[in-house]
Design a protein. Structure first.
Ligand SMILES: [Zn+2]
Length: 340
């Protein structure tokens, strides 16, 4: 699994450490596996997002160990791994990330993993990503803008340049139908890594697939009986619900919660919220921006919660919350916010 260079560097550093530690024993482990550093035993698969951790564990079952780099309650968008975590990634069997620009640090991790023989998976592979629009709250303009060009996308660079103000929306897992693609990608990775557990993986994957299809039906049902189809939310994580279910988010900050809204944008949300008589406003499980509270006060809206599935809170961990239970919580919360 490790390149010669990597093992050589590791052994060299162990040797140096050993030499400094004069009282230490001279025993060197005989196995080919490098000795553990002071960290915990290495996990088999490392990931960056709660939904990925959950799907890997659900399909992998007892035979797979998964570690999420981002601590509970953290922000997966702006997270940076420590040097120790970089070593843990290099020692794992696989590194699974969302991609689509979600993890700002991922390029440097992939570069440093080159030649280490570690499997990597971009979980959004095969999903047609929507374009998030950082600048506008409405998105008619985004659609028209794309149509205007009308040319074949022959020159990738040219297209990227033209749409420099738009970014791919990485939050595809919040759409249960796209979540099926995540599950399939993860299932295939696990088969490649540990073919000996194929029967168990297949059975778990089939169960998850069924559950996601049921969840999709529940989502459709909730939307079909809702009075409203618009909601105000603190960060623009829920665009995929617009494409799939026709629910329009009015987001206070951009695709990443650390993209602060301008004064003008805040004013727009307040005016929109007032003109639409919005009586609820959503914040998220891991982050309640002050500006969201201020807007809620301004328009007299009750604050409700949505779960972005990016990270769990400590409470989620205590209650054993998973993708399915948290998404059902979102459906319940939307029932409340979208009905008079
Ligand atoms: Zn997000």
């Amino acid at each position: 699994m490790f390149s010669k260079n990597f093992i050589f560097t590791l052994l060299l550093s162990l040797f140096v450490l050993g030499a400094c530690n004069s009282g230490g024993s001279d025993d060197v482990p005989q196995q080919s596996q490098p000795a553990e550093t002071e960290s915990e035993a290495t996990a088999s698969i490392i990931t960056t997002t709660f939904v990925l951790e959950d799907f890997i564990q659900t399909i992998g079952g007892e035979n797979v160990e998964v570690t999420n780099l981002v601590p509970s309650g953290g922000d997966a968008h702006s997270f940076e791994p420590t040097a120790q975590q970089m070593i843990e990634i290099a020692e794992a069997d696989a590194f699974v990330y969302n991609g689509a620009g979600f993890e700002g640090f991922v390029e440097s991790v992939l570069n440093s993993l080159q030649g280490e023989g570690i499997l990597t998976l971009e979980a959004t592979t095969g999903i047609s990503l929507r374009q998030g629009n950082e600048d506008e709250h409405g998105d008619e303009t985004a659609d028209e803008h794309e149509d205007e060009h009308g040319e074949e996308a022959t020159d990738q660079e040219h297209v990227e340049e033209e749409h420099a103000h738009e970014d791919a929306d990485p939050h595809a897992w919040l759409d249960p139908v796209f979540a099926l693609q995540y599950a399939e990608n993860i299932y295939e990775l696990l088969l490649e890594l540990y073919p000996e557990y194929e029967n168990e993986f297949t059975s778990n994957y089939t169960d998850l697939k069924d559950a996601l299809e049921t969840l999709h039906n529940e989502f459709e049902e909730m939307v079909s009986t809702a009075d409203r189809d618009q909601f105000i939310v603190s960060h623009a994580g829920y665009g995929y619900w617009e494409d799939r279910y026709g629910l329009e988010q009015i987001a206070i900050s951009g695709l990443s919660p650390t993209n602060e809204p301008s004064q003008r944008q805040v004013q727009e949300v307040i005016e929109l919220g007032e003109s639409l008589y919005m009586d609820h406003l959503y914040v998220e499980q891991n982050f309640t921006p002050q500006v969201a509270e201020m807007i809620a006060n301004e328009i007299g809206a009750e604050v409700l919660y949505l779960h972005n599935l990016e990270v769990r809170t400590d409470e989620d961990i205590e209650t054993g919350a998973n993708y399915l239970s948290l998404m059902r919580g979102n459906i319940e919360s939307l029932k409340q916010g979208l009905n008079e």
